[in-house]
Design a protein around this ligand. Structure first.
Ligand SMILES: C=C(OP(=O)(O)O)C(=O)O
Ligand SMILES: [Mg+2]
Length: 434
């Protein structure tokens, strides 16, 4: 059988932060070879599947992945030899059972994910289909709104700038994906000029956005609104703003500690803060507005803003269907962030996305702050029809490779391509609905 696995080979490579990560090659009986690489987060959720690191401080400060690599080349390869790559769910569940833990801590979620993605890509190659078509079928024709992270803070900027981690632009008013990306690039370059005029740093953070030493956490919203206008576009009509403060990173002892502003907020005060920002700026999406352990705070946030903007849970859900189900039951958000390596297999990632969408929630696909040039999530976003993704600034190779892949997909689809626009959101922006 040409689609049978005849080889699985993993190796240690470097990611965009210069840390090791896992790359896997899957060889088929036909001789075809497919490759995939695994990303890695910095502001990780506490319930993420375990990324297996060697812990040997003499190599890569303990971050080596030789054990995960050995697990692919040994146990996993032995278990999957001869499997048909078109049986994605069977293969993923075989690995889950082989690992035998609830958090994939024995073999490593990085080992499992590398195999899972390489297998999917091999199956697409074997089928003679583009990856998005193999994963999504004939209905996969809608291009997502790219959420471009043009200003970085928090842990991604080593706490040198804003407390909030990601300030993104969302060109939902564009007519198509390539126009959205062009607008994003214009705004990014305009923001650089603006920062230079103000003698603020144009050095970048982990995801390629500028990481200036701003005086408050509100200043980036002001700067970005100005950049949108100076680029000749209309904030709130052409382009919205999205924010991921990654608030678990500054939530300590039940309070939100904003060092840039020298303030300590309760959950209700944090909700007031977001409410005020949403009234002043064209905020269309807020991710992790509250911390992963603050379920009560999340409820308050959803009661206040959930009918107006998309509230995405990242650290709190960890792309984990069991936790997402609890979130749906308790009505604490209206969307989930989708990160492959938080859960560790493609099959479970699809299940998490379906669960959210089946309950009227949004699904927002995401890269990690530590990335490779693998563009799997670009195809996956179109295949799952999630309507929006975030994959960093419209600059830096590992980020633009995803956006560039979406350009190729749009070109391949030709007249059949559509653009998600305002319909990307579980709470479509009011302006766009008028
Ligand atoms: C992409 C993110 O960052 P990281 O990969 O560091 O978790 C995020 O928090 O959404
Ligand atoms: Mg996040």
């Amino acid at each position: 059988m040409d689609s049978a696995i005849t080889g699985l080979h993993a190796r240690e490579i470097l990611d965009s932060r210069g840390n090791p990560t896992v790359e896997v090659e899957c060889t088929l009986m036909s001789g075809m070879v497919a490759r995939a690489a695994v990303p890695s987060g910095a502001s990780t959720g506490s319930r993420e599947a375990v990324e297996l690191r060697d812990g040997d401080k003499t190599r890569f400060r303990g971050k080596g992945v030789t054990h995960a690599v050995a697990n692919v080349n040994g146990e996993i390869a032995a278990a999957l030899m001869g499997s048909d790559v078109r049986q994605q769910a069977v293969i993923d569940h075989t690995m889950i059972a082989l690992d035998g833990t609830a958090n994939k801590g024995r073999l490593g979620a990085n080992a499992l994910l590398g195999v899972s993605l390489a297998v999917a890509r091999a199956a697409a190659m074997h089928s003679g289909l583009a990856l998005f078509q193999y994963l999504g079928g004939p209905g996969a024709t809608r291009l997502p709104v790219p959420h471009m992270n043009i200003l970085n803070g928090g842990v991604h900027a080593h706490w040198q700038g804003a407390d909030f981690q990601e300030f993104m632009i969302a060109p939902f008013g564009a007519s198509n994906f390539h126009q959205a990306l062009e607008w994003g690039s214009e705004i990014y370059q305009t923001l650089r000029d603006l920062l230079e005029d103000k003698q603020l740093s144009v050095g970048v953070g982990d995801e390629g956005g500028f990481a200036p030493h701003v005086s408050s956490n509100e200043e980036p919203f002001e700067l970005i609104t100005q950049a949108i206008q100076q680029a000749g576009l209309r904030p709130g009509t052409d382009v919205g703003i999205a924010c991921d403060p990654a608030s678990s990173e500054f939530f300590k002892d039940g309070h939100y500690r904003l060092r840039r502003e020298g303030r300590v907020l309760t959950a209700i005060e944090m909700v007031d803060y977001w409410d005020k920002l949403a009234q002043h700026y064209p905020l269309v999406l807020l991710e992790d507005g509250m911390a992963q352990d603050d379920w009560e705070g999340w409820k308050l946030l959803n009661q206040r803003l959930g009918s107006r903007i998309e509230l995405v849970g990242d650290d709190i859900f960890c792309t984990n269907p069991e936790i997402i189900a609890r979130g749906i039951k308790e009505n604490i958000a209206n969307a989930v962030l989708i990160k492959l390596n938080q859960i560790g297999t493609l099959t479970e990632t699809i299940a998490a996305t379906r669960l959210a969408r089946n309950h009227g929630w949004g699904a927002f696909v995401s890269h990690r702050s530590g990335e490779t040039v693998d563009s799997f999530i670009a195809d996956m976003t179109v295949a799952l029809d999630s309507g929006h993704l975030k994959t960093g600034a419209p600059a830096r190779g590992e980020r633009v490779e995803k956006y560039n892949q979406l350009l190729r997909i749009e070109e391949q689809l030709g007249n059949a391509a559509s653009y998600a626009g305002a319909s990307a959101y579980v709470r479509p922006p009011v302006v766009a609905m008028l």
